[in-house]
Ligand binder design. Structure first.
Ligand code: DQA
Length: 143
């Protein structure tokens, strides 16, 4: 089983970026946690991050016939991007949406999720553990 872990804009600044909201662990630290978890579970994993919507669309398209599941934190594009929703629908790969912070308790504009119209599960406000819980869900259901 192969999982694609996708992160959208500004998530490369984890650790630096509003640590009171997103924590002190760096993006590299997050990838280390994900890789260790994948190894333990006996699956392969690829961690990718981009600040560019079109690049994320390209990576979702490239995952067709390659990834068995996508764990996706689209960052701010969650709340705006029909293109990401359409890309996910096009490839039809099972997807879990993850948000580090509890977006439901934040500004009203964060309550909208286009990706959430496709994702079969949303894990919100569990910090970095949310990524691992999303992996576990996909592994249990699709391995
Ligand atoms: C986020 C929440 C989004 O609203 C925000 O734009 C982010 C991070 C989260 O992980 O909590 O960039 O997706």
């Amino acid at each position: 089983m192969h999982l694609l872990i996708l992160n959208g804009p500004n998530l490369n600044l984890l650790g630096l970026r509003e640590p009171e909201i997103y924590g002190k662990t760096s993006y590299g630290g997050l990838c280390d946690l994900i890789c260790a978890h994948a190894e333990e579970a006996g699956v392969t994993v690829e961690c990718k991050q981009s600040n560019h919507e079109g690049v994320l669309v390209d990576w979702i398209q490239e995952a067709y016939d390659n990834a068995d599941g996508i764990v996706f934190n689209p960052g701010a594009y969650t709340h705006t991007s029909i293109a990401l929703l359409d890309a996910l629908k096009a490839v039809g790969i099972p997807c879990v949406e993850v948000h580090i912070s509890d977006v439901n308790e934040r500004e009203p504009f964060r309550q909208i999720s286009y990706v959430g119209l496709y994702a079969e599960k949303r894990i919100i406000g569990q910090g970095l553990n949310g990524y691992l819980a999303a992996m576990d869900y996909l592994i249990e259901k699709y391995r």
